[in-house]
Design a protein around this ligand. Structure first.
Ligand code: HEC
Length: 173
């Protein structure tokens, strides 16, 4: 006779209990992960509710390997006069750093909020943000190394379901 998949009704009661508890635990973890995601990251894109953009901004943004992404998610954030502009810059980084979009959207933000410090005539020791090529130099994602990816995945696999805001340095606002 051909082998038949074992069905739930074929197994013993103790095995049923074990399987049910396993699924229940995973299900609970998933629910908590969703709840966590919702309360921590909804509205990051400026729209109410949770969307794919929120998740992209939260996780790509906070683990952005580019110096620009890290800076505006961290110490340089207070220099932005509008919080919405941070999302504009992060989206531009994600979408491939198009030069035309840079001129339309990014350059005006940098000129207004960053060039008071970030131009070679003022301070040579910090990145020049006064032109496209110079800005690109701080946008290179250096590509995470395999050990770094393993570490981040390890932290996240445990962290997303169980921990509060793990791995995300910036508090949700
Ligand atoms: C008041 C002056 C000042 C303003 C305004 C300013 N920065 Fe900075 N920035 C600094 C200084 C000083 C450093 C170097 C020290 C540091 O890394 O904290 C720096 C470092 C950086 C770096 C490099 C971080 C690294 O990886 O080493 C980036 C990128 C950056 N700033 C982006 C920005 C952006 C984008 C803005 C505008 C929203 C901005 N900064 C506004 C002073 C400023």
């Amino acid at each position: 006779m051909a082998t038949r998949y074992r069905r739930f009704r074929d197994i013993s009661t103790s095995e049923r209990i074990l399987d049910s508890l396993f699924l229940l635990t995973i299900g609970l973890g998933y629910l908590f992960a969703l709840t966590h995601l919702y309360f921590t990251h909804s509205s990051r894109d400026g729209q109410p509710g949770l969307s794919v953009d929120d998740v992209m901004i939260a996780y790509y943004g906070s683990h952005d390997h580019s110096r620009l992404g890290a800076a505006i998610n961290g110490p340089m954030e207070p220099n932005l006069s509008s919080k919405a502009d941070k999302l504009v810059i992060l989206k531009w980084l994600q979408d491939g750093k198009n030069e035309e979009e840079y001129r339309q959207k990014i350059q005006p933000i940098l000129e207004r909020d960053c060039l008071t410090c970030h131009r070679p005539t003022i301070n040579e020791s910090i990145p020049d943000l006064s032109n496209f090529e110079a800005v690109l130099e701080v946008t290179d994602a250096n590509g995470a190394s395999l050990p770094a990816l393993v570490k981040v995945s390890h932290i996240h696999l445990f962290g997303i379901a169980f921990a509060e805001n793990l791995g995300n340095g910036a508090p949700a606002k």
